[in-house]
Design a protein. Structure first.
Lengths: 323, 323
DNA sequence: ATACTTTTTGCAACCGGTTGCCGAACCCGA
DNA sequence: TCGGGTTCGGCAACCGGTTGCAAAAAGTAT
């Protein structure tokens, strides 16, 4: 059916090994021979079979990218950047979605193991123990999750949260609420710890919540009940849902309550009010994570933690506290 | 390093072929032997190497899913449904993003060819000619695109567009605008044709536009200039951007202009005004497309067109024309 | 007990590449 | 012209499974 390396060998009158080398070790074959072989290959429409190559080299030239939820707009920029970076290195990325389910996540990793050289785990919901165990089977890079001794790319949400709290207190807010995310989320924990460590403010934590608009919508009642006038939401989706939920209860943003989100997704830049938010360098994270992963794929055991900066972007969803 | 079929064979005192058959052809091996082999395999932590299997069987048990833009919220439900359906059939899905670039799309298909058994092409921007050529290399199923003789899953946007136009004329609008999408888009063409075929309305077409909020934002000026009071946007993202762009020009929705989107994405259900939209059965499309693809993978040459219904959901972005 | 099925297992070739090893051809200087 | 060093290309084993074929084992009928 398909044209193989042997067809090319026959057609160009050389041995298969020469054809193979023409592709994967050019310096070992006479330039003239190589040109001829490549021409014939081109002519026959030959394309190397990556699966076969993987068998001997042990390299599939594929990477796995596992995210909790593709539908969350936080991920696509990261995914795109990772894909682009991988292509640069002649790798392909297989994206998979776990639906926020740790069990599905583990299964996925297991099945992916033989088909990829490494896995990018974005915002995993697994336990540390499980991650450490899985690590034996295949190289990992974690994004948005800290596990001792594993290569990791983090975004400094702690600092972001501090900036957010300072911004709110600067506007005169004295009672704040943090609408937290899913329980397994490192980001959520970071936010909480940073907020809790701030002095001279009264902070209440509401959660856990699903990291979606619906989560924010549902949290609106608690926010109202809490009496907080400044809110830091787990992410922009939650913030958007929250604004909506508050509006349904006659609470207007930013007039009555100020809301800050996280991620700086496009939707937040367009609705009304435009969201004040903590911008995350997701594209950079994707690129860097891929490079770290490739490094640890062939360097046996690379490790290291990269921390990326976050920034506070002030828009319309925060305002002075009413006195 | 990893445990192979031969390790299992040695450890359980049978030939490799027996081990192989214990997994892939159970009825050909004595139940007792099989139980023993499986136990040993389990014990050793053996997992079959899919790449190796692919080499002999010619089946990778992987599917490719190519979308124009993962960041477009239209796709995730489709992707998730496709993934879930594929898992049910013991297949994996590799998602890839083309960034709306036909060239990248073609490259991607080429490289994917050897690693997957079939490809799901969602809203492809390629020319018909290219698609037909690529078809020789690997089984396809198209979503949201019609090419003669190819298995296809469509959503009836034509009907949706007619419903939308009727809704608008019913509200008294006499001059309508259609904000179209990218030039290669089948959906866009369908919408235009359906709208153009409606009598007794004055329709102007504005485009092509990128299928994003920014596209809608940019189209606002043209809409204002066109004098239309009813607008059908290429999708909800465009609609949301458009609403925002109109607001910037002091044009309020639905007071001054009515806007209808397409897709029924979550963001449209939450902003203000909540979008009137044409809902697309994306999850169903994903499921069906996977099944059609798997069918045409082993049935050599299956074909057929599935058309799914769309519905008009009336919310707040449409209202009576001012007289 | 014999001949004939049917089930179970082993053998070995094969899928499509890669790679260590070895010999042939070539180059250079003396 | 000969020895020594390179460069180039062929040979064959191998990666980890699958599968057609046939031998061995077990079962059945006569």
């Amino acid at each position: 059916m398909a044209v193989t390396i042997r067809d090319v060998a026959r057609a160009s009158g050389v041995h298969v090994s020469t054809v193979s080398r023409s592709f994967s070790a050019p310096h070992l074959v006479n330039p003239e021979t190589r040109t001829r072989v490549l021409a014939v290959a081109e002519d026959l429409g030959y394309r190397p079979n990556r699966a076969a190559r993987a068998l001997t080299t042990g390299r599939t030239h594929n990477l796995g990218l596992i995210v909790a939820d593709i539908a969350n707009p936080f991920f696509p920029p990261l995914i795109k950047a990772a894909q682009a970076q991988a292509r640069l290195r002649d790798y392909h990325v297989f994206v998979a979605d776990t639906d926020e389910d740790p069990k599905a996540e583990e299964d996925l990793i297991q099945t992916l193991t033989k088909q990829v050289d490494g896995v990018l785990l974005c915002s995993p919901r697994l336990t540390n123990r499980t991650i450490e165990r899985l690590r034996e089977e295949i190289p990992f890079v974690l994004v948005n999750r800290r596990v001792k001794g594993m290569p990791t790319v983090l975004m400094d949400v702690g600092r972001g949260a501090r900036l957010a709290v300072e911004h709110l207190t600067g506007l005169g807010h004295r009672r704040l609420a943090v609408v937290t995310g899913p329980s397994g989320s490192w980001t959520s924990k970071e936010m909480q710890e940073a907020a809790a460590a701030m002095n001279e403010v009264d902070v209440v934590f509401l959660g856990p919540n699903p990291p979606t608009e619906l989560g924010g919508l549902a949290a609106a009642a608690d926010v109202v009940a809490s009496g907080a006038t400044g809110v830091l939401a787990y992410n922009d989706l939650v913030a958007i849902g929250l604004v909506e939920g508050l509006a349904e209860r006659g609470v207007e943003v930013p007039r009555d309550v100020s809301v800050i989100g996280v991620d700086d997704i496009v939707a937040g830049r367009l609705g009304r009010p435009k969201l004040t938010t903590i911008a995350m360098p997701t594209a950079a994270a994707g690129r860097i994570a891929v490079d770290m992963l490739l490094q640890s794929v062939d360097a046996e055991a690379a490790t290291g933690v990269t921390m990326l900066e976050t920034t506070l972007i002030v828009r319309e969803s925060t305002g002075e506290a009413r006195t």
